[in-house]
Design a protein around this ligand. Structure first.
Ligand code: SAM
Length: 244
């Protein structure tokens, strides 16, 4: 396989010989930052058609163009796993989105809980982080980052066949995540991580009572929300996901 150093996510259908117009940011990155010449080869993916080898057919810093050569790798979609988390400080929220994309979450949903630290997010910025993470980690899929929504609304509209790994910091180790996940079995899942202040008593009671909820402990120490997100995704991937 031709060795390529650059991978780009593009929103175009793929097919051999097809020409693909790059937007301003992609053109700037490829031709001003990475100084790719005419004829240079890079990898591109669109989240549907796998990874393709593409050749620079117009090296313009504002509106470059690529020509698709051949498919390098088949599409690899992630397991059906959502991550719900309450946004925290900016850099830590960015970290959660980046790690969730790398670790194979298929959808990322920032949710507002009773004690959420922030009541707004920049969805476009977080989506850009998810794209960058997929480009870096070799994934062929970019998880959608949803707009901030109230946790109560997300739960009200919950798909009935999706299980929820409710990470509850007040549980004892007896509710260990690995055993709970294995017992609940495969299928569509979501992980829920609370904010710095944790869940309110009312939320906790509601979350424990939901028929699709599986309350779990992540061990004897209280983890920061960003650490908890990575730990929970790791445990889920080990128990039920696509890690072999
Ligand atoms: N303020 C809370 C406290 O002191 O008890 C801690 C909240 S913790 C920083 C943020 C979130 O990470 C929690 O709401 C939970 O979802 C998750 N979390 C952290 N440690 C956990 C643990 N040991 N077990 C389960 N979930 C945990």
């Amino acid at each position: 396989m031709t060795d390529v150093k650059i991978r780009l996510y593009v929103e175009h259908p793929m097919g051999a010989g097809q020409r693909l117009a790059l937007n301003k940011d992609q053109s700037h990155y490829l031709f001003a930052v990475m100084r790719q010449p005419l004829g240079a080869r890079i990898a591109v993916f669109n989240g549907i058609d796998g990874e393709w080898l593409a050749e620079v057919s117009k090296a313009n810093k504002r509106n470059g163009e690529l020509e698709l050569v051949s498919q390098r790798r088949a599409q690899q979609s992630p397991p059906d796993l959502w991550l719900l988390f309450a946004p925290i400080k900016k850099a830590r929220t960015d970290f959660i989105v980046e790690k969730a994309a790398e670790m194979g979450a298929s959808r990322i949903l920032p949710v507002q809980t009773d004690f959420t630290n922030s009541d707004r997010i920049r969805q476009d910025r977080l989506q850009a982080h998810a794209v960058e993470a997929a480009e870096q980690c070799g994934g062929t899929y970019v998880p959608e980052v949803a707009d901030l929504a109230k946790l109560s609304h997300v739960l009200r509209d919950w798909p009935e066949d999706r299980k929820l790994m409710f990470c509850d910091e007040t549980l004892t180790e007896e509710a260990g995540a690995m055993a709970a996940l294995s017992a609940a079995g495969k299928g569509a899942w979501a992980v829920l991580i609370g904010p710095e202040g944790g869940f309110s008593e009312a939320e906790r009671a509601q979350l424990r009572a939901l028929p699709f909820s599986h309350p779990v402990s992540l061990g004897p120490r209280i983890l920061r929300a960003d650490t908890a997100a990575v730990a929970a995704l790791t445990l889920w991937q080990l128990s039920l996901g696509d890690w072999r």
